[in-house]
Design a protein around this ligand. Structure first.
Ligand SMILES: [Zn+2]
Length: 315
């Protein structure tokens, strides 16, 4: 028989034994056991989606808008120590507004980010980042991201939009969002980021009649996250969570009080299957007191009643 002399590949080992020899039978049995073990292992893995789909990422707020010296650097140090899978920055990385000095400003940011190059950074364009065609080109070169884009990570989808040059979300951004959410409908967890919280007043008034909210509802985008105000605020409307991020460098306005949402910090977001948990982490000294809260501790006007004054410093 011609087949008898053909080498048989079993368990990755090439054997010259004919098909029906005892050693081939043992090889086949070993293969069977291996396949059985592999399928049990696969069952265990898929049987617990939390194992497969659990990850955490960080959100940094604005660096500029009167950047406070050393804050952004400290925010990165504290973020990096938590080893997030990646970082999303909600915009305003440079002070901007001047085409002549913008390149030098980006180089200064890159020097700050140099120690953290191992972290993938997903930038969101702010009004301090893009104000002209030249500044848009610089933004793309230095962040290595287009003004709008999207990506998947495990079971989550992230859409980054551009309202750097408009208080509202321009029609082109809404149609990009709709096509993107449609194309990634199968992803169970969806985050939408853009810099200016154009939704703030409507959501505060509990008015669902605006295009972004309708798209979020239609396609199941659960989280809409902005920067720009430097104020930590948390609002809910018909199952969509809206967040305005605390500052990661830009100056604190109004009362400047922690309990009102004015502080420096970042968010650490844990995604576990479809469960999403936001930890809001104030910077440790010297730029904060290291208070750690849950998103639910915050409302539209700072800490919700019952939490004011009751926060222990973090571990
Ligand atoms: Zn801004």
């Amino acid at each position: 028989m011609r087949t008898a002399s053909r080498p048989v590949i079993m368990d990755g080992v090439t054997s010259g034994a004919p098909n029906k020899s005892p050693s081939a039978r043992i090889g086949r049995r070993r293969l069977f056991l291996l396949a059985a073990a592999a399928s049990v292992f696969a069952l265990v893995r898929t049987g617990n989606p939390a194992d497969q789909k659990s990850f955490r990422f960080a959100i940094l707020g604005d660096r500029t808008g009167e950047a406070q010296a050393g804050v952004f650097e400290q925010a990165w140090r504290e973020t990096a120590a938590e080893h997030p899978a990646f970082v999303v920055a909600t915009g305003d990385l440079i002070e901007g507004s001047d085409d002549a000095t913008a390149a030098a400003q980006w180089q200064a940011v890159e020097r700050i980010l140099e120690p953290y190059r191992s972290f993938r950074l997903y930038a969101v364009p702010g009004n301090h980042d893009i104000w002209s065609e030249a500044s848009e080109r610089l933004y793309q070169r230095h962040t290595e991201r287009p003004p709008h884009y999207s990506f998947d990570y495990e079971n989550a989808h992230f859409t980054i939009l551009d309202n750097s040059r408009s208080e509202e979300l321009p029609a082109g951004e809404l149609s990009f969002l709709e096509n993107d959410l449609k194309a990634h409908a199968a992803q169970p967890v969806k985050f939408v980021f853009f810099h200016r919280p154009s939704w703030l007043i409507a959501v505060a008034m509990q008015n669902p009649n605006f295009a972004l909210h309708q798209l979020a509802r239609q396609y199941g985008a659960q989280y809409v996250i902005a920067g720009h105000t430097h104020l930590l605020a948390h609002l809910e409307l018909e199952g969509v969570t809206y967040i305005s991020m605390a500052s990661s460098g830009g100056h604190l306005r109004a009362s400047g009080k922690y309990e009102d949402g004015w502080f420096f910090g970042h968010a650490l977001v844990e995604v576990n299957g479809t469960k999403v948990d936001f930890k809001i982490e104030e910077l440790k000294p010297p730029h904060g007191q290291g208070r750690v809260t849950n998103l639910a501790d915050w409302g539209m006007l700072g800490l919700v009643q019952g939490r004011k004054g009751g926060l222990a410093p973090s571990k």
